[in-house]
Design a binder for this molecule. Sequence first.
Ligand SMILES: C[S@@+](CC[C@H](N)C(=O)[O-])C[C@H]1O[C@@H](n2cnc3c(N)ncnc32)[C@H](O)[C@@H]1O
Length: 294
Amino acid sequence: MRTTTHGGSRVAWRRALKQPLLNVVARLPDGVQRAMFAPRIRRICIRVPLLRAVYSGCLRRHPIDLQYGTDTSGLVDAEALQRDASLASQLRPYMGSQPTIIRRALDTLGDIAGYTFIDIGCGKGRPLIVASEYPFALALGYDISAELVKVANANGAVLARRFPQRPPIRAVTANVADLAVPSGKVVVFMFNPFGPELMATLLAKLEEGLAGGTLDHLFVVYDNPVCGEVFDGSGYLQRWFARMLAYDHRELGFGPEDQEGVVIWQSVRNARPDAFADRERPITSRDRLSAVIE
Ligand SMILES: C[S@@+](CC[C@H](N)C(=O)[O-])C[C@H]1O[C@@H](n2cnc3c(N)ncnc32)[C@H](O)[C@@H]1O
């Protein structure tokens, strides 16, 4: 009993200290941050519970934001994203995915001209920015947090001003449970947005579109596929790709890992010929925040 109380107060202290600590480190000059995040130091510090959030690297201004003048960096806890406690327990915190991993995943797909890119749980819109580098018809994002959606649309406006010829970026505030069934040719992207119940709800919508014929062809690109077994269980989908992808060296220290698992499914309807022999590799979820491809 006493252990639980001490454990509980330790967790409460850690929580109370986390945000002020993140704010302090975020304000440190670039040179100091670079020294703090040297790979050898980071590898040790990320194991210290109090420093884990700092060494996730999410608070640092990501290279893609320096490149484009956008704001996709930061870490936002689930409780801050959603006040409804029952929903918050399903959500994963906001942290941006790594652009080079998204690009390498999209590069496997072949011709996606005219497809709609949909990021489910788009946050501040980093994957939408990356998708706008490809010939999609539209880069569309949904997120349950109106604040993050506002930032994603502001980022979209920055991109539209600088690159008017690129596909438009639109973000919409919505809970995935309330989304309409998508239609046409679609690439759904996700970076570990929520747990298995909501994932099953999303899959049911996609299956409805495939069964009814409104979805012509579908790719589901799942970065860090913690609930990947939900898609493996669908008779409407088949595996396209499954690998661990390493962070580009310029992105090391800007996310919690050095590599991430990516699994891609495509619809059986209008399926493309298989291109990756190792696509059936199993997924092992270590916890609710990370999965590896064996
Ligand atoms: C790990 S972040 C990923 C952000 C972005 N996709 C990226 O890769 O940079 C997960 C996002 O999913 C959103 N999310 C969680 N549950 C959701 C739900 N039920 N409906 C819509 N968005 C949700 C969160 O608000 C959060 O911004």
